[in-house]
Design a protein around this ligand. Structure first.
Ligand code: GA4
Length: 318
């Protein structure tokens, strides 16, 4: 088993008091093979900015192969893994998240999606997985466009299909985290609360709990893990493209004291030069709530922020 000793847990600053945790039983489940999925997706994006996808079409063998490759990578000795770092912007990272001093009880790999790279480490598993997940993400975005009654149907998915699409792939490993006395009743943060800057994020994890989302009333609920499904988060860019009709979901990950959690997330980003603005047909005479900006400008500002910052604030009109 992997030992995660530096810094000692006692020195670790990311504790929060967040018990008791409520489960999120009403999580919207979208069956991609059913015609009603378009209404369910719209409702879920308006209410939670979050939903679970079943009948997703991603082959199980792609998922399990990448999961075992990732587990193998994270079980390497630290100096070996560090050869793949630092994550600026791509590579291996350990506890430190972003450039503004955030920390979490997590190690990770940030990877490009547009190049046949990292094949040395992951063989074909990575590309097989990413292609299948990208296809599924495009399907979700097309059903969403349908549900929003915006045309053409590929208005969102084409941003992902673009050769210049600035998507990112992330593997997160949350080692089991010893809960220390006298911190009983506190949880250690694996990945602190934040919204994702992109359009949507597509997450798959093993069967270890930890993911929580924040509801509209500000309460936190735990998302029961499901290794056979995918979870979709609405990101800041989609909030802007829908002029605030969809809200990007605040989420975080808490550590588990006995089991390790492994997640793989595809962050669907547009090309850097893309203008992020409300889709004209969704405006119905309204004004845009946001100033005009490109994905490059938003990303630059986001990467200078702290994880928990409200990044869209600087781009709001009022
Ligand atoms: C959150 C979503 C993705 O994981 C990520 C993260 C990025 C990073 O880990 O470097 C950021 C974070 C994420 C948002 C604010 C900035 C940038 C850490 C951070 C403090 C890869 C992304 O695109 O934005």
């Amino acid at each position: 088993m992997m030992v995660f000793s530096e810094p000692a847990i006692e020195q670790f600053s990311s504790f929060i008091n967040c018990r008791p945790t409520t489960l999120f039983p009403q999580i919207p489940i979208v069956d991609l093979s059913k015609p009603e999925s378009k209404h369910l997706i719209i409702k879920a994006c308006e209410e939670f900015g979050f939903f679970k996808v079943i009948n997703h079409g991603v082959p199980v063998e792609f998922i399990s192969k990448l999961e075992s490759e990732a587990a193998r990578f994270f079980s390497l000795p630290l100096p070996e893994k560090e050869k793949a770092g630092p994550p600026k912007p791509f590579g291996y990272g350990n506890k430190s998240i972003g450039q503004s001093g955030d920390v979490g009880w997590v190690e990770y790999l940030l990877l490009k999606t547009n190049q046949e790279s990292d094949s040395q480490t992951f063989g074909s598993a990575l590309n097989d997985y990413m292609s299948a997940v990208k296809k599924m993400a495009c399907e979700v975005l097309e059903i969403m466009a349908d549900g929003l009654k915006v045309q053409p149907r590929n208005v969102l998915s084409k941003l992902l299909m673009d050769e210049q699409s600035d998507s990112v792939f992330r593997l997160n490993h949350y080692p089991p985290c010893p809960q220390v006395q006298p911190l009983n009743g506190s949880d250690v943060i694996g990945f602190g609360e934040h919204t994702d800057p992109q359009i949507i994020s597509v997450l798959r994890s093993n069967n270890t709990s930890g993911l929580q989302i924040s509801l509209r009333d500000g309460s936190w609920v735990s998302v029961p893990p499901d290794q056979n499904s995918f979870f979709i988060n609405v990101g800041d860019s989609l909030q802007v493209m829908t002029n605030g009709r969809f809200k990007s979901v605040k989420h975080r990950v808490l550590t588990n004291s006995s089991k390790s959690r492994l997640s793989m997330i595809y962050f669907c980003g547009p090309p850097l030069s893309e203008k992020i603005a409300p889709l004209p047909s969704l405006m119905r005479g309204e004004e845009s709530l946001y100033k005009e900006f490109t994905w490059f400008e938003y990303k630059k500002s986001a990467f200078n922020s702290k994880l928990a910052d409200n990044r869209l604030m600087h781009f709001q009109r009022i």
